[in-house]
Design a protein around this ligand. Structure first.
Ligand code: MTE
Ligand code: MO
Length: 435
C-alpha cells in the first residue's frame, strides 16, 4: 500500500489540511495541538497566516455547569443503550476511518472534563527507579507515532448470546456497534516507562483513569509489562488528526492495539509499575471470561481478557429493510492478529459460503492528509472493509459473514458462553426484510 494509491494530493490550503499547512509553516506539533486545544482550527489558521492570534495558550478552564452532560458529542447518530454507552451505527461509516462523531463511546461513569493545564500523569510503583510527573507539554514533546487502529469493547456482540444462542449474558446489550476505527497519534508508553527507569522486576502496569464515579476509585486496568512496552502501545492525544475528544479521554488515553477496549484507559492520570502481578476489579470479576470453559487464573474468577478475537459484521441497521433486487452490501472485519485474509458470507445460515470482496483501504478525503504522516504499520491494526453482492427476493432473510485473518484464525461456529458475555465471535445472522 503506497500513499499514491490513496488519491491525488491537493494543495494543503485548498483542502483545509491543517496538519500539513502547519508543518509547512514550521509549526511544531506541540504548538499545533496547543492552538487546536485552545482555539480550534481558527487559532491554527490565524497563526499560520500571520493574522492576530487569539490569546491562545493552553485551554482556559471551561465554565463547568452544575451537572456536566454525560457526553460531549451529540448522541443523535448513535443507538443509545443507557448508562455511558453510545453504540455506533456501522451503516453511517462510508469508508475506512470512523469520523469522531460516529465513533462509539463506552464509559463506566461519564465523560470527564479535564483541564490539560492542571493535568499531570504520574508514573510510580516499586518497579520504577525514578518516579515521574509529566505535564501535557512533556507528553507532546516526546517522539510520536501515528497509525490506524480499531478499538472494540470486549462486550461487542454481547446481545447475540441471547439473540442467537438463547442464553442472555449480563451487561450492556451491544449488537455489532461497540467498535470503531480511528487514526491515532501519541507517544509510545514505553518511552515514558523508560524515562521513569522501569526495572527488570516489572511485571504489571496498572493504568488508572481519573473517573471518580466508576465502581472503584479511578477506572483501572492491569496490563502485562510486555504489552505496555510494545512500541505500538500508545499514550494517545489525537484521534483522526484532532485533539482527543473529551468522550475519548482528553487529554490522554492508553491505546493498546488489538486488546480489549477496557485496556485503553481514558483520562489517564496514573501509571503504577509493579514487581508483582496486580489484581483489581477489572481483571478479576470484570473484563474476565467466567464460565465452564474458562478455569480461574490467579485471583480472577475466570480468565482475564487480553486481546479481542477475529470478527465481522454487516454495516446495516438491525434489522435491515431492503427493496427486492440486487444490492451491494458492506461490512467490516477485524482481528488482533494482523490483516484480514478473507470474508465469506452465507444466506442459508452457514450451509454454504460465498466469497466477499475485500476493499482497498479507502481513506475518506477528510482523513487522507493524515496518511502522509503514517508509517509502515499504518494499516496493521485497521479493520478491513468488505463488500458482497446479494440478489434479494421478497421475504425475511439472514446474512451471515465469517472472517479469517492472515494468521489463519477463522470465526468459530460456536462461541462458548461466558457470564459477562465477552468476545462473542461466531458468525452473526443479520436479519434482513425484503419488501
Ligand atoms: N477512564 C476510563 N477509561 C475507559 C473506560 C472508562 O469507563 N473509564 N471504558 C473502557 C472501555 S470498557 C472501553 S470499551 C473503551 C471505549 O473507548 P471509547 O469510549 O473511546 O470508544 O474505553 C475504556 N477506557
Ligand atoms: Mo469495553
Amino acid at each position: 500500500m503506497t500513499t499514491e494509491s490513496l488519491g491525488v494530493r491537493k494543495d494543503p490550503e485548498e483542502r483545509g489540511d491543517l496538519w500539513q499547512l502547519a508543518r509547512e509553516r514550521g509549526m511544531s506539533r506541540r504548538r499545533l495541538l496547543q492552538l487546536l486545544t485552545a482555539g480550534g482550527t481558527a487559532a491554527v489558521l490565524a497563526s499560520c497566516t500571520g493574522l492576530p492570534l487569539p490569546t491562545a495558550t493552553l485551554p482556559a478552564a471551561e465554565e463547568s455547569s452544575a451537572e456536566a452532560p454525560p457526553f460531549s458529542k451529540d448522541p443523535a447518530p448513535f443507538i443509545e443503550l443507557g448508562g455511558g454507552n453510545l453504540e455506533a451505527r456501522l451503516e453511517n461509516m462510508q469508508g475506512l476511518i470512523t469520523p469522531s462523531q460516529f465513533f462509539f463511546v463506552r464509559n463506566n461513569s461519564v465523560s470527564l472534563e479535564v483541564d490539560a493545564a492542571d493535568w499531570r500523569l504520574s508514573i510510580e510503583g516499586d518497579a520504577v527507579a525514578n518516579p515521574l510527573e509529566l505535564t501535557y507539554d512533556d507528553i507532546l514533546d516526546l517522539p510520536s507515532r501515528t497509525f490506524i487502529s480499531y478499538l472494540e469493547c470486549a462486550g461487542n456482540h454481547r446481545s447475540m448470546f441471547d439473540l442467537v444462542k438463547g442464553q442472555a449474558a449480563k451487561g450492556t446489550q451491544w449488537k455489532t456497534g461497540a467498535v470503531s476505527n480511528g487514526v491515532w497519534t501519541g507517544a509510545a508508553m514505553r518511552d515514558v516507562l523508560e524515562r521513569a527507569g522501569i526495572t527488570e522486576e516489572a511485571v504489571s502496569v496498572l493504568l488508572i483513569g481519573l473517573d471518580t464515579d466508576s465502581p472503584e476509585e479511578g477506572f483501572r486496568r492491569v496490563m502485562p509489562v510486555e504489552k505496555a512496552m510494545d512500541p505500538d502501545t500508545l499514550l494517545a492525544y489525537t484521534l483522526n488528526g484532532e485533539v482527543l475528544p473529551r468522550d475519548h479521554g482528553f487529554p490522554l488515553r492508553a491505546l493498546a492495539p488489538g486488546w480489549v477496549g477496557a485496556a485503553n484507559v481514558k483520562w489517564l492520570g496514573r501509571i503504577v509499575v509493579s514487581s508483582k502481578q496486580l489484581w483489581t476489579r477489572n481483571n478479576t470479576t470484570s473484563y474476565t471470561l467466567i464460565g465452564d470453559a474458562y478455569p480461574p487464573v490467579g485471583e480472577a474468577l475466570g480468565r482475564p481478557l487480553t486481546t479481542q478475537t477475529v470478527k465481522s459484521a454487516l454495516a446495516l441497521p438491525w434489522p435491515a429493510d431492503l427493496a427486492a433486487g440486487e444490492h451491494s452490501l458492506y461490512g467490516y472485519a477485524h482481528s488482533p492478529n494482523g490483516p484480514i485474509a478473507k470474508v465469506e458470507w452465507s444466506s442459508d445460515l452457514g450451509a454454504t459460503w460465498n466469497a466477499s470482496t475485500l476493499e482497498d483501504p479507502q481513506i475518506q478525503p477528510d482523513f487522507e492528509h493524515l496518511v502522509e504522516v503514517l508509517s509502515d504499520n499504518t494499516f496493521k491494526y485497521s479493520w478491513t472493509r468488505f463488500s458482497l453482492t446479494w440478489d434479494a427476493g421478497p421475504g425475511e432473510h439472514t446474512i451471515m459473514t465469517r472472517a479469517t485473518d492472515a494468521a489463519g484464525n477463522r470465526q468459530p461456529d460456536e462461541t462458548p458462553f461466558n457470564e459477562k458475555g465477552y468476545l462473542f465471535n461466531q458468525p452473526v445472522p443479520h436479519p434482513i426484510r425484503v419488501a
